[in-house]
Design a protein around this ligand. Structure first.
Ligand SMILES: *Cc1c(COP(=O)(O)O)cnc(C)c1O
Length: 235
């Protein structure tokens, strides 16, 4: 937790990522600060979360419940309280665990999952923020709803008492220019914000394509590798 070498390493990569975001904002004619950095800390220890929080990162993301639950508990015990985003495929039997620590679930892509979250979130003091994950390539293996289902899922989330519809999330398809995909997302996000005022979050952009995402209106970028280093596994 007090490893000065790791702290310096993270400080340097964080500065680079922040510069990339700032340059992308300028290039897009968007105000600096229009984009929130979410650090994707999967596979990295709670000590890295604490260091990033100490460097001013407010939002952290995880994609597996078991790992996330333990890490969030460790971070909480250290008296540090980032905003936790869940960004992985979520099975309904994990919903009760996830909503104990998550502030935002970004990967909601079915009515059944929205229903399970709604049921588990009844009576929450602060509503759980939900982003609907949009498929930009209709490949079901990568998660996300098609545009037809998007409105059904969004309406279900918006009408659930313990949930707050925050907006949309997407991952750029493989083998396509991310700019073209994020341009489609921007159209969907615009329609979302007009049908559901307040649902203005656009979570898009990872280490390899954050510039394209910012160009097309991302409000949140999810950065793992460029901040924390290469992961051993492909997740
Ligand atoms: C792992 C992951 C990221 C971060 O990807 P990098 O390429 O390491 O920046 C972003 N979003 C989701 C949904 C992820 O699973």
């Amino acid at each position: 937790m007090t490893d000065p070498g790791r702290r310096a390493e993270l400080a340097a990569s964080l500065e680079q990522v922040r510069e990339r975001i700032a340059r992308a904002c300028v290039a897009a004619g968007r105000p600096p600060g229009a984009v929130t950095l979410t650090a994707v800390t999967k596979t990295y220890p709670a000590s890295d979360v604490l260091l990033l929080a100490g460097l001013g990162v407010t939002d952290m993301a995880e994609n597996r419940d078991q790992e996330a639950a333990a890490k969030a508990a460790e971070v909480h015990a250290a008296g540090v309280h980032p905003r936790w985003h869940f960004v992985g495929q979520l099975q309904r039997n994990k919903v009760r665990s996830v909503i104990r620590y998550a502030d935002v679930v970004e990967s909601v892509d079915s009515l059944r999952l929205a229903g399970a979250l709604a049921k588990a979130a009844v009576g929450r003091e602060v509503p759980l923020e939900v982003l609907v994950q949009v498929s930009l390539d209709a490949d079901p293996a990568r998660g996300g709803v098609t545009e037809d289902d998007l409105w059904r899922v969004s309406d279900a989330v918006a009408s659930s008492e313990g949930l707050r519809l925050g907006g949309v999330m997407a991952v750029a398809p493989l083998g396509e220019d991310p700019g073209a995909a994020f341009a489609r997302l921007a159209v969907i996000a615009g329609r979302m914000a007009s049908e559901h005022p307040g649902a203005t979050t656009v979570s898009a952009g990872m280490s390899g394509d954050l510039e394209a995402a910012v160009q097309h209106g991302a409000t949140h970028v999810r950065i793992g590798t460029s901040l924390l280093g290469m992961r051993n596994s492909l997740r």
